[in-house]
Design a protein around this ligand. Structure first.
Ligand SMILES: O=C[C@H](O)[C@H](O)[C@H](O)COP(=O)(O)O
Length: 220
């Protein structure tokens, strides 16, 4: 099975969590794209969806799936999204596709967060994948210096602007042994909009695509 087929297998398994006539949040990225396509094929009746990015909203609409504003919906029943890394407690690094801020908002507003990924995303200690941090543009240098103090090496994502008009610093070299503490520390740096660590609100379920099919992982 290719990595892409494993992503699709995880996305297919996530359909089991979608209830008829619910409102669900939909994430961003190649794995979430498989979920969107399979959701459309499934013809599960929905009240609507909330998208975590402009790209996701466009893909949902291209399938004729209703997209709503989060301010119109109240709490969401379910959020389905991919990740760049997960540890065994289902803390995540997200934001490789730049959608971390809206993803974190939609995840926070959802009752259940199902994360879908291929098996390579499950790691012992997070940090091999550079941690994305969305930053207000004028704070770029200040936040970069603060990241160095935390032991990281920040790199500007060149030529990239988020859906919210901000920049992204990708911070490498961090060994994330205490994700809750690090998320809180980075959140407190002035100029940081969002850090792509999802530890205060980790996933509830992780579905991993493996060569043998989809495997459901609960936090250990
Ligand atoms: O901003 C993007 C998201 O956090 C994605 O969920 C993450 O980058 C994983 O993407 P993919 O499913 O393409 O591996």
């Amino acid at each position: 099975m290719t990595q892409d087929e494993m992503k699709r297998a995880a996305a297919a398994e996530a359909l089991k969590y979608v209830e008829d006539n619910s409102i669900i949040g939909v994430g961003t990225g190649s794995t979430a794209n498989h979920f969107i396509d399979l959701l459309a094929e499934s013809r599960i009746p929905l009240k609507g969806t909330v998208a975590s990015s402009v790209k996701t909203a466009e893909r949902l609409k291209s399938h004729g799936i209703k997209v709503m504003e989060l301010n119109q919906t109240g709490p969401l029943d379910l959020y389905v999204d991919g990740a760049d890394e997960s540890d065994a407690q289902l803390n995540l690094i997200k934001g490789g596709g730049g959608a971390l801020t809206r993803e974190k908002i939609v995840a926070a507003a959802s009752d259940v967060f199902v994360c879908i990924a291929d098996e390579s995303k499950l790691v012992e200690v997070m940090g091999e994948f550079p941690l994305p941090v969305e930053v207000i543009p004028m704070a770029q240098s200040y936040v970069a210096r603060e990241m160095i103090k935390l032991g990281g090496t920040p790199d500007l994502r060149h030529g990239y602007t988020t859906d919210n008009g901000n920049i992204i610093l990708d911070v490498s070299g961090l060994k994330i042994t205490n994700p809750v503490e690090l998320e809180s520390k980075i959140n407190q740096i002035t100029g940081v909009v969002t850090v792509g660590l999802f530890a205060a609100r980790p996933a509830d379920v992780l579905i991993l695509g493996t060569p043998g099919g989809a495997k459901v992982v609960k936090a250990s």
